[in-house]
Design a protein around this ligand. Structure first.
Ligand code: ZN
Length: 327
C-alpha cells in the first residue's frame, strides 16, 4: 500500500469517527469550525412495487439504514450529507411490502458514533434485526460488549482516499482485533477500483470481513476488469471474505432495470455461494438513479436462478454471519 493510501485508509465512516473523537479530547481549546455546506440528498421511492419474486421465509435484508427521526436521533454535525428522515415505521413498511421479515441495520455516517438508532430498532424487533455499528478506539471494551448484547455483530469502516491525509492503520488494526475478540466481523466499504490494493491488508485481518456493494464495481469495465478479478480471487483464497450482493443500481452503467450488473452479481454468487449476502441498501443514500425496491427484489432470481442458492444467499448465509436463529 502506498503511503498516501495508508494514511487515508481509515478516514472514512468508522475511521472518521476514530479521528474525530481523538481530536475532540482537546476540543474545548479549538476555535469553532467555520460553517460548512452539507449537501441534501434524495429520499427513497416510496411507491415500492410488488415484486414477482417472493423471497423465501426467513430471508434477511443484510444492508439497510434508518435515518432519524433527527429529534430523537440527532444527525452528526460532521455528516457528509443530509437525507430526508427514514425512520423505523418507514423501514418496517418497506420490509412488509417486499416480504422480508429480517434485517441487518448498518448505522449510517450521519448518526456518527451514536448507535442508538440501530440498537433501539433491534430492541423492538422480536429478534428479527441485527446491526452494524460505528465504533472508535476511544470506546471501552465494556462499550463494545454493551453493543454486542444489544444485537450489534460487526462494525463498519470505509476507506475513502478523498478524505486523505489523516488515518491510522494501527488504530484500525487494534479495533479489528478487539472486534474479533467478541466475535464480530468488519464491514468494509472500498472505493471503486481499490480491491487489488487492499487485498493483502484484508487477508491479514484477524476477523471475517464483508465487502460492501460488490466492491463498488463499475459494470462498464466488464467482467475482465482486474479489480473485479481481484475480488473473485479474494473470495476463493480467503475464507474470511464475504461479499454483499447489493448496489446493482450503483454498479450499473446502463441504468434501470440495471441488468448490466447482473453478470457480476451472478459470478460472485457462483464463485462462493456460501459467503454471499443480499441487501436492498434502502433508503439508498447518494445514488445517481433512485431504484425501486420491488424491482431490486426481482433482480434476485436473475442473479441466483437456483432456489437452493437463493436460500443460501437470502436465509442461511446471513443466519450464520449475523447470528440469527435458524429458520
Ligand atoms: Zn448503504
Amino acid at each position: 500500500m502506498r503511503r498516501r493510501d495508508f494514511l487515508a485508509a481509515v478516514a472514512g465512516l468508522g475511521g472518521a469517527a476514530i479521528l474525530d473523537s481523538a481530536r475532540s479530547a482537546g476540543a474545548a481549546e479549538e476555535p469553532a469550525a467555520p460553517a460548512r455546506q452539507i449537501p441534501s440528498i434524495a429520499g427513497p421511492d416510496q411507491n415500492t412495487r410488488t415484486s414477482a419474486f417472493k423471497a423465501p421465509a426467513g430471508a434477511v435484508d443484510t444492508h439497510c439504514h434508518i435515518f432519524g427521526p433527527a429529534a430523537e436521533y440527532p444527525f452528526s454535525a460532521t455528516r457528509p450529507y443530509t437525507p430526508p428522515e427514514a425512520p423505523l415505521p418507514m423501514f418496517r413498511a418497506l420490509h412488509e411490502k417486499i416480504g422480508v421479515e429480517r434485517a441487518v441495520i448498518v448505522n449510517a455516517t450521519l448518526h456518527g458514533l451514536d448507535n442508538r438508532v440501530v440498537t433501539d430498532a433491534i430492541a423492538q424487533s422480536n429478534g428479527n434485526y441485527r446491526g452494524i455499528a460505528n465504533v472508535n478506539g476511544l470506546m471501552s471494551d465494556a462499550d463494545l460488549i454493551a453493543l454486542d448484547k444489544a444485537g450489534i455483530c460487526g462494525c463498519r469502516f470505509a476507506f475513502l482516499k478523498r478524505l486523505g491525509g489523516v488515518g491510522d492503520m494501527a488504530a484500525f488494526r487494534r479495533l479489528v482485533e478487539r472486534a474479533a475478540g467478541i466475535g464480530w466481523h468488519v464491514d468494509i466499504y472500498l472505493e471503486p477500483g481499490s480491491v487489488r490494493e487492499f487485498s493483502p491488508m484484508l487477508k491479514a485481518l484477524p476477523a471475517s470481513y464483508v465487502i460492501d456493494h460488490m466492491g463498488t464495481i463499475d459494470a462498464a469495465k466488464g467482467l475482465d476488469d482486474p479489480d473485479f478479478k481481484a475480488l473473485l480471487d479474494l473470495q476463493t483464497s480467503d475464507e474470511k471474505c464475504w461479499v454483499k450482493i447489493t448496489g446493482l443500481e450503483r454498479a450499473s452503467a446502463a441504468g434501470p432495470p440495471f441488468h448490466d450488473a447482473i453478470p457480476f452479481a451472478k459470478r460472485l454468487i457462483d464463485n462462493a455461494p456460501d459467503r454471499v449476502l443480499w441487501g436492498t441498501d434502502w433508503p439508498h443514500p447518494n445514488v445517481r438513479i433512485m431504484p425501486n425496491d420491488g424491482d431490486l427484489v426481482d433482480l434476485v432470481p436473475l442473479c441466483a436462478p437456483d432456489p437452493g442458492v437463493q436460500r443460501k444467499l437470502l436465509v442461511t448465509n446471513p443466519e450464520r454471519l449475523f447470528r440469527f436463529a435458524s429458520s
